[in-house]
Ligand binder design. Structure first.
Ligand code: SF4
Ligand code: SF4
Length: 127
């Protein structure tokens, strides 16, 4: 009987620990979300030379960057022969300043972006 009670208490204490852990995780996630701030440009977008550059000698025309980039920065170039067309940066001003998300998507390593630290002065973060 005594053993049963002991086991019951241990179970209760364990479930309380799990509950607290879950609550902690939920709050951590909320905090992380709150930390995400909006970015406001301090000058006209056209004055900010932030956009990707595609190295045509490396690009294999897979099209991943075009699919991935929702602002529509990329467009396939002219088809030459049987090879897939190389990607081009057709709408550089659509590129979101300080976004770097397409770079790791390009497994060929054809995309380069400027150094973010050189462009921090063009933006401010708002809550
Ligand atoms: S993801 Fe890279 S290799 Fe593929 S089309 Fe874009 S630039 Fe070219
Ligand atoms: S940096 Fe972001 S917005 Fe700019 S081209 Fe890449 S994915 Fe699109």
């Amino acid at each position: 009987m005594h053993l049963q009670r002991l086991l019951f208490r241990q179970q209760q204490s364990l479930s309380l620990e799990i509950k607290n852990y879950c609550i902690e995780k939920i709050f951590m996630k909320t905090d992380d979300l709150n930390k995400k701030k909006k970015l406001r440009l301090l000058v006209d977008r056209k004055e900010i030379a932030w956009f990707p550059v595609v190295d045509a000698s490396v690009c294999n025309g897979c099209g991943d960057c075009e699919i991935f980039c929702k602002p529509g920065v990329f467009t396939p170039g002219k088809q030459e022969g049987v090879q897939r067309p190389k990607m081009t940066v057709s709408n550089p001003d659509n590129c979101i300043v300080l976004c770097t998300r397409c770079q790791p998507r390009c497994t060929a390593g054809a995309i380069t972006l400027p150094r973010p630290e050189d462009f921090e002065r063009f933006v401010e973060y708002v809550a």
